[in-house]
Design a protein around this ligand. Structure first.
Ligand code: PMP
Ligand code: GLN
Length: 385
């Protein structure tokens, strides 16, 4: 018999994430899963070998609180090389079990009851619940279609004396849009005389196409001085299930971040960290080759999808492609992805779930980090509708 108890939900408006729902529906209906973002191919063989090696050779106990030092040194090397940012492995870098945790801890560290946090809609789904759990309020500023750029006047209008944090996500999930130098300048002007903390979600930092540059916040010393910058090895090394990411922040912020991290997960998985450190050291070219690798996939998918009735312009970054289905159906996006999954055998993600106030548009997201054969088969089905 169930114990008869009642308690107030801390997240009354939250259900199961759309990624879980759509992956489950894809599995139930045997659909090709272009919904949740994960590759259908494996990470590099030497990386997997390295993990086996470290498990076999006894690297199976707790790592230091901030993560395996060798991995933090590799991260420091990478951000120096790519973004000219000097991060001290001891003071400024913490390895965490997944970027999701880094985002959560950064928000818990910074946001107090009554604070406001500006997020840009469509917004990745973990931001708002983390803000609410810290007692804060999310203030939603919509990105401007069709290219989903920032309307800086709207950001200015959204700032109040209670604004504690602004959350940035570039390259952007789900739209694939990028921040540009001018956005960083606008942001700097906006926050320079305030106490606003920045949280920059850069998990797709290496997935930027057409010769564009990733504008990491770390390139901008004035911004980095007030920022948590988060990335994920899951995306970079095709191992989303390894759930390992990191956060970079100035000493003062990182000290507080670690106080919370130590009571959320304490540490990440030790042999995974050693394996990643080895691989980063031995194959520094891996992330440099990622833009071309994924741009080819984007182009392949777009080329195969071109004869369909979906309308789209190729994604600027991430491994997601947005598509407009307004020439195909007037259904809501949730109804449409359900139909696609169950009847056509291709699962996708509806976009309206990432909005506080969804616009009247007909957009869905496809994930193209898949084998070419998967993309071809999916596109062939999508051309039938
Ligand atoms: N931020 C964004 C924008 C993402 O798409 C994801 C996807 N997984 C994450 C954070 C979380 O990354 P991780 O799997 O490392 O927790
Ligand atoms: N970030 C991934 C996506 O956008 C999913 C991660 C998750 O399922 N939490 O598809």
């Amino acid at each position: 018999m169930d114990y008869d108890y009642s308690f107030d939900s801390k997240l009354p408006r939250v259900g199961t994430t759309i990624f879980t729902l759509m992956s489950r529906m894809a599995a139930d209906y045997g659909a090709i899963n272009l919904s949740q973002g994960f590759p259908d191919f494996d990470g590099p063989a030497p990386l997997k070998e390295a993990l086996c090696h470290y498990v076999r050779t006894g690297h199976n106990q707790y790592s230091p609180l901030a993560g395996v030092l060798k991995l933090r040194e590799q991260i420091a090397f990478k951000v120096k090389h790519l973004y000219e940012h000097q991060a001290c492995p001891e003071k400024n870098i913490t390895v965490v079990p997944g970027a999701t945790e880094a985002l959560f801890c950064a928000i818990q560290t910074s946001v107090q009851r009554g604070d406001e946090v500006i997020i840009f809609d469509p917004a990745y789904d973990s931001y708002q619940p983390a803000i609410e759990l810290s007692g804060g309020t999310a203030v939603h500023v919509p990105l401007q279609p069709p290219d989903f750029h920032i309307d800086w006047q709207r950001v200015r209008d959204a700032i109040t004396s209670k604004t504690r944090m602004i959350i940035i996500n570039t390259p952007h999930n789900p739209t694939g849009s990028l921040w540009h130098v001018s956005d960083m300048q606008q942001l700097n002007e906006l926050v320079c005389n305030t106490n606003i903390i920045l949280l920059s979600d850069e998990v797709y930092e290496h997935l930027v196409f057409d010769g564009q540059q990733h504008e990491s916040l770390l390139r901008y010393p004035e911004l980095a001085a007030r920022a948590f910058v988060v990335s994920s090895f899951g995306k970079t090394y095709h191992v989303t299930g390894w759930k390992t990411g990191y956060c970079i922040a100035p000493d003062k912020l990182m000290r507080e971040f670690r106080k919370i991290h130590q009571f959320v997960s304490f540490v990440g998985v030790t042999p995974i960290q050693y394996a990643l450190a080895d691989y980063m050291e031995k194959c520094p070219r891996h992330y440099l080759e990622l833009p071309d690798f994924y741009q080819e996939k984007r182009d392949y998918f777009c080329q195969k999808l071109a004869p369909s009735r979906f309308k789209f312009s190729p994604s600027a970054g991430t491994y997601f492609q947005m598509a407009d289905y307004s020439d195909i159906s007037h259904q809501s996006d949730m109804e449409f992805v359900t139909h696609l999954t169950q009847q056509l055998g291709v699962a996708a993600i509806p976009i309206s779930v990432f909005y506080k106030t969804p616009p009247d548009s007909r957009l869905i997201r496809f994930c193209f980090c898949k084998e070419d054969s998967t993309l071809e088969q999916a596109a062939e089905r999508l051309c039938r509708i």
